[in-house]
Each structure stands twice: as C-alpha cells, then as structure tokens.
Write a protein that binds this ligand. Structure first.
Ligand code: HMG
Ligand code: MG
Length: 301
C-alpha cells in the first residue's frame, strides 16, 4: 500500500466546527476547547475567523479568543480571513498563519463571500503581499471541489487551475474542501489526479465534510494518492453557514482512530482528544458525532 508514514492534522473545529452553531458560545469555552486540543497533541489549530461579524456572528469574538489562549511553543494558531481587513484584524492578535478561501463554483462564491471567483482572487492579492512582507504563511482553501449546493457538478479541471493559481499567488498549501460532503472515493481520486497535474501532492490537503458519511473513505482514498495533510473537526462539529444541511468535517477522533490502525504517525493522544470532544459536545448539549468517541465513551467493544 502506498500510504504516507506521517499525517499532519489540521484541526478546524474551533472555526469550521463552531461557526455554524446558532447558540451563543462563551469566549471562555472556545479558549478552553483550543487549550484542550493542544494538550491532546494537535499542533495546528484554526482558532477562529475574521470575517464580517454580521455574516458569521459566532466568530465575532475571534480577537478575544486569540488573545485568551495559552500559546504553546511549536503550535500554529491560524485564522480564516476573506480580505485585507480580516488579515489586519487577525495579525493584530498574533495569528501565526492565515487561511484564505476561494470557491470552485461562482454561485457559492457569491453566496459565501459576495463576489465572483476572480474578484475574490483580486481581494487576496494585497492580503498575500502584506502576509509575505510580514512573513506570515498563507494557506488556501478551495470550496465545493466535489459539488456546489447551488449549481451542482464542479469540473475537477477548474479546481486544479484554481489550485495552481492560488499556489502561484503565494499560498504554501491548498486544502481541497468538499464543503457539502457529497464526494465519493472514485470522484475524489479523479479530482486529486487532476489537481496533481497542476500542483505537487505534498502541497495538497483534504477537507472532507461528512454529510453523506463518505469523509473517512474519501480521506483514505486521498492518503492512497499520497496526500499527507488532513483537516478535521473535533467531535465532527460544524458545517458552513452558506451550505444549508452540510454537516461537519470528519471528526478528529475518527481520523486519529483510522491513522492508529494504519500505523501512520500523527502525534495526538486519542484519550485526551476524546476528552476535548466530550467537553465541547456536553457544553453545546449535543451528542458527540465521532463514532470512535461514542464507542470508547460507552466502552461498548
Ligand atoms: P461584503 O458585504 O461584500 O463586504 O462582504 P464589503 O467589503 O462591501 O464591506 C461591507 C461591510 O463589511 C463593511 O462594514 C466592512 O467594514 C465589513 P460597514 O461599512 O457596512 O459597517 N467588513 C468586515 N468586517 C470585519 N472583518 C472583515 C470585514 N470585511 C468587510 N474581514 C465579506 C464580503 C467577505 C466580508 C463577507 O461576505 C463575509 O464576511 N463572508 C464570510 C463568509 C464566511 O465566513 N463563511 C464561512 C467560512 S468559509 C467555509 O466554511 C468553507 C471552508 O471551511 C472550506 C470548505 O468547507 O470547503 C473554508
Ligand atoms: Mg469547511
């Protein structure tokens, strides 16, 4: 089997996971969650976003979150930003890294960030210039890589071209987002084949939402294709406010369980991770959506 020896996990729960929650979550809870995730061994946390708070109210306190976390050496605390204004807000509270997000679908781009794909790329230019001047790494997301909630099918070649453009602009890595969790393994393999003709596989990450229960299978297919960076969300929390009905990313606990079984190194302690997932699930008063956490919590097997 052609699998990586090591996987870097990008924990997006505090941003992608919580952004979709309707109930007000205290800033202290978000901070405690991030500190627990780091304590479990995760070393890359997308800790919040600096978008227009009227669009995503749950992320309005991201500055307070960044200011309140206990920084651990060697851990990257990243922020999602849509424009220069967001970049400046993120940097003022010492985000270590920035993630920008474009879409492979015009309709989703309009709904999510109120502009065309080309306009979004234009908006990123001054942001990336500022980040390069300040030596802040920039990660790039492409949303809707396997389908769009508004316009349906998405051409893998369009995703591949966008990946090449974002990399050429200065992103160090491109995360392929199945925003609505519709992709299946064969489709994801075709997508990665197309993308790998335009960007190196070691600059490709996957970000699989689990709406149709395909995320773990899609991740396994991606690992087989040589991908070694995987995004995930604690307790399977989340979704996108502009993709109604989409569920969260693959639960980090389930990803870690898979990697353990494959003897792929990742640096995370599953027990501590499950404590973090239980903490946030209990606080939000919802069931932990990780199957591995459910099984280990119930000690059913
Ligand atoms: P717009 O209305 O076109 O922006 O929104 P604008 O430039 O015309 O400005 C309008 C107002 O927004 C102004 O305020 C700006 O100051 C303010 P006003 O003068 O009216 O008082 N504004 C901001 N305020 C704070 N921070 C900012 C900022 N920018 C402008 N950064 C905009 C454009 C992009 C801002 C808006 O559409 C937006 O905030 N969208 C956010 C959408 C979002 O966060 N979606 C979820 C994250 S993406 C995702 O989940 C997918 C992903 O996980 C990958 C995957 O799953 O595929 C990443
Ligand atoms: Mg997402």
């Amino acid at each position: 089997m052609n699998l990586p020896q090591k996987v870097r996990i990008v924990e997006v729960g505090p941003r992608d996971g919580l952004q979709n929650e309707k109930q007000a979550i205290p800033t202290a809870t978000k901070i405690q969650l991030i500190d627990m995730l780091v304590d479990s061994g995760l070393n890359y946390i997308e800790a919040g976003s600096f978008v227009n708070p009227k669009w995503v109210p749950q992320m309005a306190d991201s500055a307070e979150v960044f200011s309140g976390i206990t920084r651990t050496a060697g851990v990257t605390y990243a922020a999602l930003v849509p424009n220069l204004q967001g970049y400046e807000r993120a940097i003022s509270v010492k985000a270590n890294e920035i993630a920008i997000f474009a879409a492979a679908s015009e309709a989703f781009s309009q709904k999510n960030i109120n502009c065309s794909i080309n306009e979004s790329i234009k908006r990123f230019e001054p942001l990336i210039a500022a980040a390069q001047a300040q030596k802040i790494p920039v990660r790039g997301y492409i949303s809707c890589v396997a389908g769009c909630p508004y316009s349906g099918d998405v051409d893998p070649n369009l995703v591949a071209q966008l990946a090449q453009d974002l990399l050429a602009m200065g992103c160090y890595e491109i995360s392929l987002g199945d925003t609505i969790g519709v992709g299946t393994a064969g489709q994801i393999k075709n997508l990665i084949t197309a993308v790998s003709q335009k960007i190196p596989i070691d600059k490709t990450a996957v970000h699989m939402h689990d709406t149709y229960g395909q995320a773990l299978t899609n991740i396994y297919a991606s690992l087989e294709m040589g991908v070694s960076v995987v995004d995930s969300s604690i307790a399977g929390l989340g979704g996108c406010p502009y993709a109604a009905g989409a569920s969260g990313n693959i639960a980090t606990e389930d990803l870690v369980y898979l990697l353990n079984g494959l003897n792929i190194a990742h640096g995370v302690n599953l027990e501590k991770l499950i404590q973090a997932g239980n903490f946030i699930s209990n606080t939000l008063n919802k069931p932990n959506q990780s199957k591995a956490a459910q099984a280990l919590n119930n000690k059913c097997i």
